[in-house]
Design a protein around this ligand. Structure first.
Ligand SMILES: *[C@@H]1O[C@H](CO)[C@@H](O)[C@H](O)[C@H]1NC(C)=O
Ligand SMILES: *[C@@H]1O[C@H](CO)[C@@H](O)[C@H](O)[C@H]1NC(C)=O
Ligand SMILES: *[C@@H]1O[C@H](CO)[C@@H](O)[C@H](O)[C@H]1NC(C)=O
Ligand SMILES: *[C@@H]1O[C@H](CO)[C@@H](O)[C@H](O)[C@H]1NC(C)=O
Ligand SMILES: *[C@@H]1O[C@H](CO)[C@@H](O)[C@H](O)[C@H]1NC(C)=O
Ligand SMILES: *[C@@H]1O[C@H](CO)[C@@H](O)[C@H](O)[C@H]1NC(C)=O
Ligand SMILES: *[C@@H]1O[C@H](CO)[C@@H](O)[C@H](O)[C@H]1NC(C)=O
Ligand SMILES: *[C@@H]1O[C@H](CO)[C@@H](O)[C@H](O)[C@H]1NC(C)=O
Ligand SMILES: *[C@@H]1O[C@H](CO)[C@@H](O)[C@H](O)[C@H]1NC(C)=O
Ligand SMILES: *[C@@H]1O[C@H](CO)[C@@H](O)[C@H](O)[C@H]1NC(C)=O
Ligand SMILES: *[C@@H]1O[C@H](CO)[C@@H](O)[C@H](O)[C@H]1NC(C)=O
Length: 456
């Protein structure tokens, strides 16, 4: 196996500082697959195999055949979509009737990019005004193989360029690539989730969800229209979620459960260019309770993004309430992230005065950041982590242990405001002279560049 050591260059004090991606850490999708090969389990011979016709071209919609195939394979069978074949889906599919069905995807499922059609016909979910190509639901569903689920997002990103999803007047909605609701026992293994127009996955009111050995990428061929809001994982109302070994190169949150999540276990992810492993945002909607609890996330390789680990909850007028409790972020390696750890309970887009007048009503308790290493981008100078608890809100038992993230701009500083009882390691408040000096000491040109031979 070839050497995987790679040097990421960043400028510091006008000189070049080098961050070494440790040996054995994959730096491309191909190397990820080599290190974590997807092992197809021996097929249970008793399952009935169902096949459907493949598409002849990019407009040859086989949605009806796909639906029929799942009906035929339901109650114990496997829908087999073979390698080299493409299955084009051109209309919304309600797949919430599933019961003990497998989809063996070695080929490609690809959505049409007729943007006006989908905007008029896609399914809708009120949360952040979401739309979806299809809905999966039922029980004992497994989608596995070496194939691709392709959202064909380029046209969506081109047309969305310049807009913001959270802008209350935004009317250009983009579909979520994989959506499930009321699913119990849903496993996605091996496949490549590619080029989602908006969020890549969204799991609603579901439990026993697992994603293993998956790749998730959203890569634009248009420099003025980058993929936006292509989050790898979002959820509402879920219990028992496992993510193991995922390769993610997208723009926005990497793993981001939202309201009502219990018992989440995440181990081994590589996230490039993301907004981080984000708990929330929660507490957005007026009068609504929401919570995230019992989360363990470890062995994360976080590169070229906004944050390594983060927690966010809303403050301001007309927001909701709830809690984030018992979250462990462990073994996070950072390269060129703006902040390696970040807590913000004055989300979204409000200033300190407004946050003090309308504090967050989301309690954040029992959060551990442990064994954080690597280096930040220098965007916030020598500040490598920042915790902002809304005035009058509760942020308690937040602890840093073996936290050793450096800044390319000089001695690292952790900024914390409003955290009761400290964080077990020195931190300064944002108005202190130390924080002001650290934030000022920006160093520029610190964007990590990967060797051009590295495809991710
Ligand atoms: C695509 O394939 C379908 C089904 O074979 C065919 O009817 C249609 O003419 C083809 N369209 C193009 C543009 O080739
Ligand atoms: C949820 O799924 C179960 C079967 O898995 C079904 O019995 C129930 O009706 C579904 N509930 C809703 C609200 O769709
Ligand atoms: C790239 O995106 C921009 C911004 O939306 C758009 O105007 C342009 O047409 C796109 N370029 C191509 C080649 O599609
Ligand atoms: C990694 O993410 C950064 C930031 O989004 C992006 O500029 C870069 O192209 C990504 N790397 C690759 C090789 O895709
Ligand atoms: C979250 O759970 C609470 C009850 O604990 C419920 O009131 C609220 O509607 C749920 N939120 C969502 C988004 O389902
Ligand atoms: C905290 O969460 C972990 C799972 O990450 C769980 O094993 C543990 O029981 C939880 N602790 C409490 C007090 O609920
Ligand atoms: C937040 O903490 C306070 C003080 O412990 C408690 O009274 C309140 O019920 C908590 N709120 C939620 C939503 O858990
Ligand atoms: C700390 O995390 C790094 C990877 O980020 C890992 O290589 C190392 O083994 C961890 N240390 C401990 C003591 O677990
Ligand atoms: C904070 O935001 C509020 C609401 O947008 C605005 O009225 C106020 O002037 C701002 N205060 C400061 C200090 O910027
Ligand atoms: C603080 O949080 C940690 C989990 O991060 C937990 O193990 C510990 O029991 C908590 N301490 C208190 C005093 O609640
Ligand atoms: C912030 O820290 C400085 C000392 O560096 C202290 O004088 C000031 O009172 C602190 N402010 C708050 C709000 O705690």
């Amino acid at each position: 196996m070839k050497s995987l050591a790679v040097v990421i260059l960043g400028a510091a004090f006008g000189a070049l500082a080098a961050i070494e991606l440790p040996a054995g850490v994959p730096r491309s999708l191909a190397e990820f697959r080599q290190k974590h090969p997807y092992q197809l389990q021996a097929r249970r011979p008793c399952r009935k195999i169902v096949k459907i016709r493949a598409s002849a071209n990019d407009t040859d919609d086989v949605a009806d055949e796909f639906l029929q195939g799942l009906h035929d394979a339901n109650y114990g069978g496997t829908l087999q979509l073979s390698k080299g074949q493409t299955f084009v889906i051109g209309k919304p599919l309600d797949l919430t009737f599933l019961d003990n069905v497998h989809v063996h995807l070695d080929g490609e499922i690809k959505f049409t990019n007729n943007t006006p059609y989908w905007q008029a016909n896609a399914f809708r979910h009120p949360f952040q005004n979401s739309i979806m190509f299809w809905k999966w639901g039922g029980k004992d569903i497994k989608i596995f193989g070496e194939g691709v689920l392709n959202g064909n997002g380029q046209r969506w990103w081109n047309e969305f360029a310049g807009l913001e999803i959270l802008d209350p007047t935004n009317a250009y909605l983009r579909p979520i690539l994989f959506y499930a609701e009321n699913a119990t026992g849903l496993a996605i293994e091996g496949i490549h989730l590619k080029d989602s127009p908006c969020w890549t996955t969204f799991f609603v009111t579901s439990k026993d969800i697992s994603l293993k050995d998956v790749a998730c990428t959203a890569e634009s061929n248009n420099a003025t229209a980058l993929p936006k809001n292509t989050d790898f994982f979002d959820s509402l109302n879920v219990e028992h979620v496992t993510v193991e070994r995922a390769w993610v190169n997208i723009g926005d949150d990497c793993f981001s459960p939202k309201s009502n999540a219990t018992d989440l276990y995440v181990n081994t992810m590589y996230c490039n260019g993301t907004h981080g492993q984000s708990m929330g945002s929660i507490g957005q909607y007026s009068g609504e309770k929401s919570f995230i609890r019992n989360v363990h996330i470890e062995n994360m390789w976080m590169l070229n993004g906004q944050h390594g680990a983060r927690l966010k909850s809303w403050a301001g007028q007309n927001v909701g309430y709830g809690f984030i409790d018992n979250v462990t972020f462990k073994n996070f390696w950072n390269a060129n992230n703006e902040y390696s750890a970040f807590l913000d309970s004055c989300y979204f887009n409000i200033n300190a005065t407004t946050c003090a007048a309308f504090p967050s009503q989301v309690n954040i308790t029992n959060v551990r950041f442990e064994n954080f290493t690597g280096s930040t981008s220098g965007k916030y100078g020598r500040a490598v982590a920042r915790l902002t608890c809304s005035p009058n809100a509760i942020c308690e038992n937040i602890s840093f242990k073996n936290f050793d993230v450096t800044s390319p701009c000089g001695p690292a500083v952790i900024i914390c405001d409003g955290i009761h009882g400290g964080i077990g390691t020195p931190c300064v408040n944002s108005t202190s002279p130390e924080a002001t000096a650290a934030l000022k000491a920006k160093c520029t040109a610190s964007m990590a560049t990967l060797p051009s031979a590295t495809p991710w």
